[in-house]
Write a protein that binds this ligand. Structure first.
Ligand code: HEM
Length: 448
């Protein structure tokens, strides 16, 4: 990859790697007094902001990582009036709910319904105490220049489930390597021009529309996605794939793996089609090294769904060879989400019914929400004709405004069989779109 001069001390750290910590709090706030907020942010919080440089492999990370991002209305509150060249950001996520397939906003967290959230602090560490202490530092520094509108505390799952999302599948395996930040991608990892994730950098398709201060920033799509885990497990139990010689349990496991495109260990079904392979799942040099191309070629794109359904979550959201190789889609996102909510209780498991909310605090960074998060949700996950007719919805995140979802290709013994999902196992509780500015923009544009 070409050497690109990214200013890593100027870019917020979450953008390039995610927070990589087991505890994270999202503090959504409104700006009550802009002049006071500006001076307090500058003196009390700016020195705490974690940079991309601090996320490089050889750097020591602070105890608690802190990032900040602003909504469109937040920019307005600060009198930052330049157009950023991103329509989804300008409109806000509430206006986008229909595009994303949400069944209205009846399930949304009430604080996300509206445009009163001006910004979000993201604070992450290894312990709750560290996070709480830094939350206290930040909120004390800002005093009543902000109103605290909504807080979501998130945490990695305990024990052997650490790193796995609530359905049980290992997450955080496949993120793009940003050229200029990570120039030695793992096998199968997408290597993307920095401008696919970072605004104003090489490869940003809207580079000419960006005000100079926006360079080094990134758009943050935040979504609180509830996961109905007992209901998901019941669906798998009730619908095992009847493959030759399979027990019911093996058939249920295969169905779940084909819905995601990976087994719970992270092993891709494309490489291990009929059974989990935990050694493969745990090996970063192998667990992302595939393209869906049948002949293993790095340039051709002859694909089918015998080993992995076109509808599988990871294939919908990164189709690899389905759209031709070398992969150059311009639609990569950098994911930095983390689970929230407790483990499934015995009574929830016994009744197959969620009673306490849990899910994924979804975070993605991209230089264009319309090319990134919104596109993946709207034109891939929710599009039944992608990548071909009868592919159906992404069974994990595909959304049909609350109506039933058809999914193709899940049953390898009968690829033409369509399965209808009556329950949305992932329920949108809403969110907001933010811009995560560079440190120099925070110092020079946002706080003067
Ligand atoms: C990958 C789960 C929401 C985009 C994955 C993986 C899992 C997973 C288990 C495989 C691990 C990996 O490759 O890193 C979930 C769950 C979600 C969710 C449970 C909701 C609760 C979303 C959303 C999007 C998304 C909303 C974007 C619209 C992706 C992408 C990948 C991925 C791009 C990587 C695909 C690849 O590079 O092969 N997700 N996800 N996910 N997910 Fe999700």
């Amino acid at each position: 990859a070409a050497t690109v001069g990214l200013n890593l001390t100027d870019i917020q750290g979450d953008i390039v790697t995610g927070m990589t910590k087991n505890r994270e709090t999202f503090l959504f706030f409104g700006i009550a007094d802009a002049p006071s907020f500006k001076s307090k942010l500058r003196s009390g919080v700016l020195p705490l902001i974690t940079t991309a440089m601090q996320m490089t492999k050889n750097s020591t990370q602070p105890n608690t990582l802190v990032n900040v991002a602003f909504s469109h209305t937040g920019l307005g509150a600060l009198n930052v009036s330049d157009t950023l060249g991103d329509g989804a950001f300008t409109g806000g996520q509430l206006a986008d709910a229909g595009n994303l397939g949400d069944p209205g906003t009846g399930h949304w967290v009430s604080q996300f319904v509206g445009t009163s959230i001006h910004g979000v602090f993201l604070l992450a560490s290894d312990t709750d105490a560290n996070v709480a202490s830094t939350v206290n530092t930040v909120t004390t520094a800002l005093g009543d220049s902000i109103t605290q509108i909504y807080t979501l505390q998130a945490a990695a799952r305990p024990g052997a489930e650490q790193g796995h999302e609530h359905f049980g599948f290992l997450d955080g395996i496949s993120n793009p390597a940003i050229q200029g930040f990570d120039d030695s991608p793992l096998p199968g990892q997408a290597s993307v021009p920095p401008g696919e994730i970072i605004v104003g950098e090489t490869g940003d398709p809207f580079i000419s529309q960006r005000p100079p201060w926006a360079i080094g920033g990134s758009f943050l799509a935040f979504r609180q996605l509830e996961q109905l885990v007992p209901e998901f497990n019941k669906f798998l139990t009730d619908n095992p794939i009847r493959a030759p010689g399979f027990t019911d349990q093996q058939g249920s496991d295969l169905l779940g793996a084909r819905m995601v495109g990976r087994w719970k260990s992270g092993a891709p079904v494309f490489l291990s089609p009929l059974a989990d392979d935990p050694a493969l799942g745990a090996d970063p040099t192998r667990n992302n090294n595939f393209t869906y191309a049948l002949n293993g070629s790095s340039t051709s794109s002859s694909t089918d769904q015998s080993r992995c359904p076109f509808s599988a979550h990871i294939r919908k959201t990164r189709p690899r060879a389905d759209l031709g190789l070398p992969e150059n889609t311009g639609r990569h996102i950098l994911r930095g989400g983390i689970p929230y909510g407790p483990e499934v209780s015995d009574s929830e498991a016994a009744s197959n019914t969620t009673s306490t909310e849990r899910g994924l605090a979804f975070v993605s960074y991209q230089s264009s929400i319309g090319n990134g998060f919104q596109f993946l949700q709207r034109f891939w996950a929710d599009n039944t004709g992608f990548v071909e007719q009868n592919t159906g919805f992404d069974p994990i995140i595909g959304a049909n405004k609350g109506a039933n979802r058809t999914v193709g290709g899940l049953d390898p013994t009968d690829p033409s069989r369509t399965i209808t999902l009556i329950t949305d196992f992932v329920v949108s509780r809403g969110g907001e779109y933010f811009f995560s500015p560079s440190l120099s923009a925070l110092a020079n544009t946002f706080t003067v």
